[in-house]
Design a protein around this ligand. Structure first.
Ligand SMILES: [Zn+2]
Length: 84
């Protein structure tokens, strides 16, 4: 089983499945997307309620998994994560 919590894929290298191993190699953190998504979710729920334009933008972006990083950048969440 892959080392990442909640992932039951078969490991291909270093205890990680293909998807998480690629992410580890690319970003240095196999769970980065998950962390971004979680932190971003908490932050934008409030922003969305106040900003219709943002709400529409996020609606579209949520269709794509990798869009979380961009959402996180726009809302400043990425900076917060990087600071930790
Ligand atoms: Zn995995």
């Amino acid at each position: 089983m892959c080392l990442v919590d909640g992932c039951d894929k078969k490991p291909i290298a270093k205890g990680l499945c293909a998807k998480h191993y690629m992410r580890q190699r690319r970003t240095g953190d196999p769970t980065l997307t998950m962390r971004i998504a979680r932190a971003t979710c908490a932050k934008i729920t409030k922003l969305e309620a106040e900003n219709t334009e943002l709400r529409e933008l996020l609606g579209e972006m949520r269709q794509q998994r990798d869009a979380w990083r961009e959402i996180a950048e726009r809302t400043g969440v990425l900076k917060q994560l990087a600071a930790h």
